[in-house]
Design a protein around this ligand. Structure first.
Ligand code: ATP
Ligand code: MG
Length: 365
């Protein structure tokens, strides 16, 4: 079993979005995955369609009352994906634990005692935007750290502090802890600053910086309100494509090459199927056109009288789109020498002047 802390003390950088969608991708690839909501804001709980403050047992019970893990785990709408929800009561936990000896190791002990090892392939911790006791528990319990970040100047400042804390945990409490990767989220290629900061991050982190990039994508921002992962909410969106690629790269980075290979093959299969469907659609479309022409030729009233105007317009508009088959995920995910993937998101057009509120807030910080 691999334990993963998704952490960055900076707010609104994509931790919860990454936890849920990485978890969903792993679950899709047959990995039994448990998500733990370590944030009193309980955003992840909402994202997987649970209701904070209405769940009888939450992570607070595990940390404060020693409730066994098995009593807290809930199913989600996705096979293989499980969750321990949280609610606002978690906010009081830091204070309650303040003077308790061994407070940073509670989660690790609970997972060991609850035999999480026997039941799950992955446990993912969604951390709060702070470096208190809750985040410390995640770092002590984790094997790997995933750091989502935005490509902006202030993100780099926060990163230095985070690395200090990770280093401290490594030397004092959890020598096995490793940074798996740094994942750029909500990327907007239209700003030169993003690209400059990315280059600087690459200098600092080298290969820890993922090749995958999570582009700004409105579907990712919508998905939580539907209580679904991006793969259920908008499987054809850039967001789904980016997180599918990232999940494979992540598995490669932590040495799960077999599962990554199988996932790549499955994605390549999906792409082929989609291409076949496009071809079939195109054939049908061409067939319809011939039919229309034949009908028109056989008609005394002429072509224009037979074909409704809006039908013509629709064909003209949709045909070029149907041909814009995306590059197969498999190729993109394994490409090592290819240039950076294009970052402009056509879906952004819908929200061109509306960056995510959280992103705005963090830019102001
Ligand atoms: P917090 O620190 O408050 O826990 P976080 O780091 O968990 O925040 P998220 O909640 O994942 O960040 O993301 C912040 C906001 O940005 C959310 O509204 C989310 O839906 C949205 N968002 C996340 N990733 C993207 C993206 N790639 N494109 C557009 N919106 C995004
Ligand atoms: Mg969050």
């Amino acid at each position: 079993m691999k334990r993963i802390a998704v952490i960055n003390q900076k707010g609104g950088v994509g931790k919860t979005t990454t936890t849920v969608n990485l978890g969903a991708a792993l679950a899709h690839h047959g990995q039994r995955t448990l998500l733990l909501d370590l944030d009193p804001q309980a955003n992840m709980t909402v994202h997987v369609d649970k209701r904070p403050d209405m769940e009888s047992n939450t992570l607070t019970n595990l940390l404060i009352d020693d409730t066994p893990l098995a009593d807290l785990v809930q199913t989600t709408g996705l096979a293989n994906l499980f969750v321990v929800p949280s609610d606002t009561s978690l906010a009081g936990v830091e204070q309650v634990l303040a003077n308790r000896i061994g407070r940073e190791t509670i989660l690790r002990r609970a997972l060991d005692k609850g035999k999480a090892e026997d039941n799950f392939d992955f446990v993912l911790f969604d951390c709060p935007p702070s470096l208190g006791v809750l985040s410390a528990n995640a770092l002590v319990a984790a094997d790997y750290v995933v750091i989502p970040m935005q490509a902006e100047y202030l993100s780099l400042q926060g990163m230095a502090k985070l690395l200090e804390v990770i280093d401290l945990v490594q030397t004092q409490l959890n020598p096995n802890l490793q940074i798996a990767c740094v994942l750029p989220c909500m990327l907007d290629s239209r700003t030169n600053l993003s690209m400059e900061v990315l280059a600087e991050i690459k200098e600092h982190f080298g290969d820890l910086l993922t090749k995958s990039r999570i582009r700004n994508n409105v579907k990712l921002a919508e998905a939580p309100s539907f209580g679904r992962s991006i793969f259920e909410h908008a499987p054809d969106s850039n967001g789904a494509q980016d997180y599918a690629e990232f999940a494979i790269e992540f598995m490669q980075k932590i040495g799960m090459h077999d599962v990554a290979e199988a996932a790549l093959a499955a994605l390549a299969g999906d792409e082929e199927e989609e291409e076949e469907e496009f071809e079939e659609d195109e054939e049908e479309l061409e067939g319809e056109e011939f039919e229309t022409e034949d009908e028109a030729a056989g008609s005394d009233e002429g072509a224009e009288g037979e074909v409704p105007e809006d039908e013509v317009t629709e064909n003209e508009v949709t045909e070029p789109d149907a041909k814009a088959t995306p590059q197969p995920l498999a190729e993109k995910a394994i490409a090592t020498t290819s240039p950076e993937p294009p970052l402009d998101d056509p879906e952004l057009v819908e929200r061109s002047d509306e960056p995510p509120a959280a992103a705005e807030a963090s830019a102001d910080a």
